[in-house]
Design a protein. Sequence first.
Lengths: 141, 141
Amino acid sequence: MKNIWIDKLKEKGMRITAQREAIVDILSQSDKALEPIEVYDLTRQNHPTLGMVTVYRTMECLEELGLLQKVHQDSGCNKYLKVKEGHNHLLICRGCGKAIYFEGLDMEMQFEGIAQQHNFNLEDHWLQLNGLCQQCQASGR
Amino acid sequence: MKNIWIDKLKEKGMRITAQREAIVDILSQSDKALEPIEVYDLTRQNHPTLGMVTVYRTMECLEELGLLQKVHQDSGCNKYLKVKEGHNHLLICRGCGKAIYFEGLDMEMQFEGIAQQHNFNLEDHWLQLNGLCQQCQASGR
DNA sequence: TGTATTATTGAAAATGACTTTCATTATCAA
DNA sequence: TTGATAATGAAAGTCATTTTCAATAATACA
């Protein structure tokens, strides 16, 4: 996972710095959407001189490369999650933030039908289920 | 529509001022999600002394009263749309922003099934279709 | 391997959205 | 009509994010 991201950065002609590698480490391994300040804090545990500006710039690059995407939640709209190509159906835990791309619902045809009813040309969609995962239920959130 | 909103404000013991009425006018009639600065600009056309602070405070109240809800889009996560109770399935135009609450898809059971597969306790969901409305297609966006 | 080029970094300053403060003004119950 | 007090808006404050710029480091190439 991490290596794929690093390769994509290289392909784009970007230099591989220790800072970028550390940020990629955190984000490519996280199963929850993270905001810049969280990435900053997590990365600084192993790389204490890292600056916030570098976090912002690196995350922006990763989004442009299609490796990260924004996840919108009431708790904040600045959270970024690793992309799973072709899978934009998400299940997110309100407690711990764990995000799961789920499959098994094929609703493209129905969505297309709704769009046609309203004379819309459908471009994409976003489906997100919100709830509490097993651990968070057990811990009584 | 507007009167219902005003009544709800009264019920909460809030005073009906000219500013609040003007803001309610704009938001209760808009068929697209608006951000505070847009509400400010629109409202000031008929009410030039209005302050930005009042816009923020009034929109916050309207959200708390369940009359407005946030709509998350890449173009901004600070847009508010009038609520249509029990309808959280939206079709939004990328061009003009027009938002339509649609019905006809009953997927609660399927969503519940997905949640159970992953041992989640489902709380709510958000489904949004994005595309181009007829007018925006015609105008070649 | 050494070196030149230039992308990257991070501190500091700037920006911009939003919130808080507070003196003035306006609503509305009595 | 009047008084209690909620609401307003200017100004100052806060906080996330962006820009600037001199110093540093990665990479291509000699």
